[in-house]
Design a binder for this molecule. Structure first.
Ligand SMILES: [Fe+2]
Length: 375
């Protein structure tokens, strides 16, 4: 998710000095488009620099790595600024450190220094997010398909911390929540790869095997790691559902620890917005709606409430079509009403910028976003 605030200022400017950027799905990229942000590849190497003109080869590489899309700058997107939630380098280094830990766990030889390096990264990210208390997830994530587990775990960690901060948690609590979130799927190391990576539908037996990962992860951490009981319980219960239909213990509502319930929401949201071997990713708007729909059955309502105030269904830079027939780009979101962003209209022929502020303009009350548009 490179969703997000960044401590790195975004300096792209057009001729008039305003910042410019919008998100283009990989399938719609064309040679000659100009990138608006640095893009990092599989080994954290710089694949594209901001301001680079895309060639056909680069577009093929972006598609091969299965990025959902990239940010480009053009005249349509004048004045749209997209900020990272956390520094991208810090995020990528955390992904790398986590990958190393998973590999070591697989070999059964985890290095103490690597664990403490990872713990430092957890601290750094939490401090970054605390500094930006009002941070909202307002950017489409750029994920690499192949390293899914590690990117996913770091995203779940960031989302969980944002929920925790919104719920008023203190640093120590955030740290325990964060460790649980980052390591929530470490038990997958102990699940056979052919089951874990199976592209087709799982049989009942295979699903039962997958379901062992939360208990296996918790047992492993209890035996080999020095992490808090709360973090461990979060790992154990991240697949429980408030109506008692989850696993491993079919716990209901109050019986599920708070951290497990927070990680559950973050986990499902990030999984739904990612491409998987067996399905295409959902749009943020669809995934937010799924989470809202599961409030009270799958998820804890008070957590869903916080979540939808922080994770924007229409991230800045998204092209949308409105029910009044106009097409535009989301330029601002409001945490008070995440479904009603401010949109810069681009389907009019006149030169002046026209905006539809769905939250503040009373005359637009009957106008809704009907679909994501391709421009
Ligand atoms: Fe899991």
């Amino acid at each position: 998710m490179a969703l997000w605030h960044s401590s790195i200022p975004i300096e792209n400017t057009n001729r008039t000095g305003v910042r410019i950027m919008r998100f283009i799905p990989s399938s719609c990229l064309k040679p000659g488009m100009v990138t608006a942000k640095d893009l990092y590849g599989y080994n954290n190497e710089l694949m594209l620099s901001e301001g680079q003109v895309l060639s056909r080869i680069e577009i093929i590489r972006i598609n091969l790595l299965k990025f959902q899309g990239i940010f480009i700058e053009d005249e349509l997107s004048a004045d749209i600024e997209v900020e990272n939630v956390i520094d991208l380098k810090l995020k990528n280094n955390t992904v790398k450190a986590l990958k190393e830990i998973f590999k070591q766990t697989e070999r059964g030889e985890v290095e103490y220094e690597d664990i403490s390096y990872l713990k430092n990264k957890v601290d750094d990210i939490i401090n970054d997010l605390i500094e930006n208390k009002n941070v909202a997830i307002n950017m489409i994530d750029l994920k690499i398909f192949d390293d899914y587990t590690y990117y996913h775990s770091v995203n779940v960690f960031i989302l969980s911390i944002i929920i925790g901060i919104s719920k008023g948690m203190q640093k120590q609590e955030l740290y325990k929540l964060g460790m649980g979130a980052l390591l929530h799927d470490i038990g997958k190391v102990f699940v056979p790869k052919e089951v874990l990576d199976k592209p087709g539908k799982l049989t009942d037996d295979e699903f039962e095997i997958i379901k062992t990962h939360s208990k296996k992860g918790s047992d492993y951490l209890r035996d080999k790691w020095d992490i808090s009981n709360e973090s461990n319980l979060a790992v154990l219960t991240h697949h429980e559902k408030v109506d008692g239909t989850g696993y491993p213990y079919q716990l209901k509502g109050e019986k599920i620890p708070e951290y497990g319930k927070i990680i559950s929401v973050a986990d499902v949201y990030d999984a739904l917005t990612s491409d998987r071997p067996y399905r295409k990713s959902m749009l943020p708007s669809e995934a937010v709606e799924y989470i809202m729909g599961g409030s009270g059955t799958l998820f804890e309502p008070s957590i869903v409430e916080v979540f939808v105030a922080r994770v924007m269904p229409y991230p800045i830079g998204t092209c949308v079509k409105l029910s009044n027939g106009l097409i535009g780009i989301v330029v601002e979101n409001y945490t008070e009403n995440c479904m009603r962003p401010k949109i810069k209209i681009i389907s009019k022929s006149k030169n002046d910028d026209t905006y539809c502020d769905l939250y503040h303009e009373r005359e637009l009350l009957n106008v809704t976003i009907i679909e994501i548009a391709d421009l």
